[in-house]
Design a protein around this ligand. Structure first.
Ligand SMILES: NC(=O)c1ccc[n+]([C@@H]2O[C@H](COP(=O)([O-])OP(=O)(O)OC[C@H]3O[C@@H](n4cnc5c(N)ncnc54)[C@H](OP(=O)(O)O)[C@@H]3O)[C@@H](O)[C@H]2O)c1
Length: 339
């Protein structure tokens, strides 16, 4: 079966997805009989291109990365991202625009519009999940389509699909994890005797932290992930603002040294615990001992631990994730939808 794909957002994640699609093209055809063409790519400041016969991805990557922009590749004029969605004629829209913690926009409108027009939507954008999960899932179901978002938490590691396909008829009681790479890197640098600022610089040099790393340091990135997990896996709609949140700014080298002396490490711990019909959600620095699976999580590695009524504590650890693993989560969602 042939699918027309559109990429809305061609930043780190969108471009890694393009490269992964090229790399996996033969495998998708041989193993799943899936063929595809990318009929559109749109960005914020680098223009957009639509070609109903399929764009040349190498050429599109080169045009973007050389700073020339995508317009010369387009066979149709494109006014803005909504015009792009209306004109692209895709079967699947990959929405990878920047996250908006406060409202989820414009990604929510992008996803909503694409579903209205009959496209499946696959996204790494957490804003769509915490601000419109139910709305987008219901709309997709009503149209016989899918809205998928595996890459929003723990990059490409299968978290949501684990519960969708494998852990069935289970009650999820609690979640604990280390889900923010920047904070974990900074705490690691401080354990080695470096300062908080050196930790921030290291994370920026590695391309993990933004120029303005406050969303990571103040716990917002972790809070939006907790909100997404709680909303989807526990069925309790939760906004990032609902999560009790404390970042790592107040952690001093003395506190780190004291924890080390006591055989413990500071981690920015994400948690959600069901309490009756409600849920307690929290992001805060905690001291963890060697008995915790979080103790050994270094650098950009992340971990999530599930407590259910049916299994023992179940942990998923992803070592050194990055935009390429995020791209894989998007690809896996696509394959899951169409097979
Ligand atoms: N990086 C990761 O490993 C990772 C992991 C998990 C989830 N995510 C999520 O994935 C999404 C993309 O992340 P990223 O790292 O690729 O971000 P990014 O590098 O900043 O790329 C964002 C892309 O969206 C485009 N864009 C900006 N505003 C837009 C608008 N209004 N309409 C259409 N396109 C717009 C940008 O255009 P320009 O190219 O012109 O700037 C760029 O192509 C985010 O929601 C992020 O939270 C990322």
């Amino acid at each position: 079966m042939h699918y027309k794909l559109a990429l809305l957002g061609f930043g780190n994640v969108g471009r890694h997805l393009a490269r992964l699609l090229m790399r996996k093209q033969d495998e998708l055809r041989q193993r799943y009989e899936i063929t595809f063409s990318v009929v559109g790519i749109a960005t914020g400041r680098h223009g957009a291109a639509i070609d109903p016969d399929g764009l040349d991805l190498e050429q599109a990557l080169q045009a973007y990365e050389s700073g020339h922009g995508l317009e010369p590749l387009s066979r149709l004029p494109v006014d803005d991202s909504l015009d792009f969605i209306h004109k692209c004629g895709a079967d699947v829209l990959f929405e990878n625009s920047p996250v908006n913690h406060a409202t989820g926009e414009p990604a929510v409108t992008h996803a909503h519009t694409a579903l209205e027009l009959g496209m499946h939507v696959v996204t790494a954008n957490k804003g769509t999940v915490v601000h419109a999960y139910r709305q987008l899932t219901n709309l997709a179901a009503a149209r016989g389509l899918s809205f998928r978002f595996e890459s929003t938490v723990m990059d490409g590691a299968p978290i949501f699909s684990l519960f969708r396909h494998n852990i069935l008829a289970a009650q999820l009681k609690s979640i604990r994890g280390v889900l923010n790479s920047t904070s974990n890197l900074i705490l690691g640098v401080m354990e080695q005797g470096g300062s908080f600022e050196e930790g921030v610089r290291r994370a920026q040099e590695m391309g993990v932290a933004e120029t303005d790393p406050s969303a990571d340091i103040d716990g917002w990135d972790a809070a939006i992930k907790v909100a997404a997990l709680t909303t989807v896996l526990m069925g309790i709609p939760t906004k990032p603002q609902d999560v009790q949140r404390e970042g790592i700014r107040a952690i001093t080298p003395e506190m780190i040294a004291q924890a080390r002396a006591d055989g413990q490490r500071y981690k920015l711990v994400c948690s959600a615990r069901r309490v009756g019909a409600a849920v307690e959600t929290r992001v805060r620095p905690e001291r963890v001992g060697i008995e915790s699976p979080m103790y050994g999580v270094d650098g950009t590695t992340s971990i999530i631990q599930f407590e259910t009524d049916v299994l023992g504590l179940l942990s998923v650890v992803e070592t050194d994730p990055g935009p390429e693993t995020t791209a894989y989560g998007l690809l896996a969602d696509f394959v899951n939808i169409v097979t």
